[in-house]
Design a protein around this ligand. Structure first.
Ligand code: NAD
Ligand code: ZN
Length: 511
């Protein structure tokens, strides 16, 4: 995995890059130096003699070269990733860290370096401010951000070195014990990570075609590539997984790896739970939703035509390997969809996580945010591994959400349906006097600012209601809801009168 430092001029990329490369004993490359070397001229000369277009062409070549040299630390020119093709190429093989600092400090650094066009002319403050404004969205769009203000080069390099160190979390509940490794560049180290944990035996991997076309699954491991989508989460596809396991000679000592989103995880997990009465499962989630939710806690299952997750088993993975680098290829709508579960985890048990999203709704997927969202689920699962009580809190947004998902014929993504369900269930909570009257509005505002829907015009309330009945979360024929009490706390096991529920369902289809 490459480590790529990016950010505005003066954010410290080159100095930190050198220091980091030294600490990690890696080669350091600088895109501007690559450009100068290939052109045989200094950058100001390239601009003067051949124009900016020629510079950008050479810069794109330099980015492609960095992407071809895995294992380096690289610093990029401040405009290099304005070109999305450069970004896609680099993010396929590397982690881009966006460095930033207070503008006054950036200017001071640039002046100290001298020979920088930005600070050479009049009013460098204004020039820097307008450059930062023009690139604000670009710089903010990287999930790994490092604030370099007031820190020494070595301190920043150390901070980045720590960020690169995988975190290990544990679900410590009898019958559901498993480890979660969270970090960057873990897929390429998967064989070593399994070996370190004594996870040997024959291995096979299940994934879907989208994932396989974006990521390079393990070259020597037999791989089943299924078509993508919720429609695959069924018993016929589970049967295909059994056939694949048999064809590859998997026995009770083997490992089955699920590389994909929640669909692949639930399906492969179910196959692993049942093949030869259960073989070991390794989850390698590739969506934000699967990382913070579906891959954790041991629930596996498939859908029946009558409803979602109607057949399943508790079968914890032996380990979950969450590689945040895999989120780089995830389509933005899928990333947004996964945020519904992060918001849900904030509502259930981490008010500060919710408030952080409220304050910066567009910055998602950072290591710290993912870790906190995972920790909420881990705590709930540990308190109630087999859903006798508290684990029902995780159903927040899901009782109505599953109804919306099914009534839409699964056109609505899981996370989108959960967002609509969460908004609706907050309204229910308010109607029942369980929460402050302003809570539903606050929750809806956060979901919408993340980019999630909170209404589903076009669906029939009755169809949503019927689909909810097929959902397995009803105990003894009655629906039980998990409802928000305040940010960070939910109540569960709540029964709701039919008229109140139908009123809410009519409300969520309004435009
Ligand atoms: N077991 C649990 O506890 C649990 C919890 C929550 C959700 N779930 C289940 O999870 C499922 C939803 O999961 P999901 O949202 O991950 O959907 P998904 O698995 O369908 O993935 C979403 C889409 O993204 C694609 N994709 C996945 N990773 C990619 C990557 N890195 N790059 C490019 N494309 C990629 C997939 O091919 C798919 O098209 C539902 O079936 C839901 O019931 C289970
Ligand atoms: Zn969910």
């Amino acid at each position: 995995m490459n480590i790529i430092l990016y950010g505005p001029p003066g954010s410290g990329k080159t100095a930190v890059g050198y220091a980091l490369a030294r600490r990690l004993e890696r080669e350091f490359v600088d895109s501007d130096s690559l450009v100068e070397a290939s052109a045989g001229r200094a950058i100001p000369e390239i601009f003067e003699q051949s124009g900016e277009a020629e510079f950008r062409r050479l810069e794109a070549e330099a980015c492609a070269e960095v992407a071809r040299r895995p294992g380096v630390v690289a610093a990029l020119g401040g405009g290099a990733l304005l070109n999305p093709a450069n970004r896609a190429a680099l993010e396929r093989t590397g982690l881009v860290l966006c460095l930033r600092a207070e503008p006054a400090e950036m200017l001071a650094r640039l002046k100290a370096e001298g020979n920088r066009p930005l600070v050479a002319g009049d009013d460098p403050e204004a020039k820097l401010a307008s450059l930062l404004e023009a690139r604000r969205e670009l710089y903010a769009s990287f999930s790994a951000q490092v604030d370099t203000s007031g820190k020494s080069v070595e301190a920043i390099a150390e901070e980045i070195e720590n960020l690169l160190e995988p975190r290990t979390l544990r679900v410590d509940a009898p019958g559901l014990r498993h480890e979660i490794v969270l970090g960057y560049g873990l897929l390429e180290r998967l064989p070593a990570l399994l070996a370190e944990r004594g996870l040997d035996g024959s291995v096979a991997l299940v994934t879907d075609e989208n994932v396989a076309s974006c990521l390079a699954p393990l070259p020597d491991v037999p791989t089943l590539r299924l078509p993508p989508g919720e429609a695959q989460k069924n018993l016929d596809t589970a049967r295909q997984v059994y056939d694949f396991c048999l064809a590859n000679g998997l026995d009770r000592r083997s490992l089955l790896i699920a590389l994909g989103g929640g669909v692949i995880g639930d399906l492969t997990g179910f196959a692993a739970a049942t093949y030869m009465r259960g073989i070991r499962l390794v989850n390698v989630p590739t969506t934000l939703l699967a990382m913070v939710d579906a891959s954790l806690g041991g629930k596996t299952g498939v859908d029946l035509p009558q409803g979602k997750n109607l057949v399943g088993a508790f079968h914890p993975p032996v380990v979950v390997i969450s590689d945040l680098l895999l989120l780089n290829t995830l389509p933005s709508a899928e990333r947004v969809s996964g945020m519904a579960e992060v918001v849900k985890h904030g509502l259930i048990g981490d008010a500060a996580l919710f408030e952080e999203i409220e304050a910066a709704p567009k910055s998602f997927g950072s290591l710290a945010q993912m870790q906190r969202a995972i920790e909420v689920k881990v705590r709930v699962v540990e308190a109630d591994p087999f859903e006798k009580g508290q684990r029902a809190a995780l159903n927040l947004g899901h009782t109505i959400g599953h109804g919306v998902e099914a009534a839409s014929g699964f056109a609505q993504r899981h996370g989108e349906a959960v967002a609509i369900g969460t908004a609706a269930e907050a309204r229910l909570a308010a109607a029942l006097g369980l929460c402050e009257p302003n809570l539903p509005g606050r929750i809806e505002a956060v979901l919408q600012s993340v980019g999630l829907p909170v209404r589903c015009p076009g669906l029939e309330p009755q169809a949503i209601r019927q689909a909810m009945s097929a959902d397995k979360k009803k105990a003894s024929g009655r629906l039980k809801f998990a409802l928000p009490k305040r940010v960070g706390e939910v109540v569960w096991g709540v029964e709701v009168e039919e008229v109140v529920l139908m009123e809410t369902l009519r409300m969520i289809i309004e435009v």
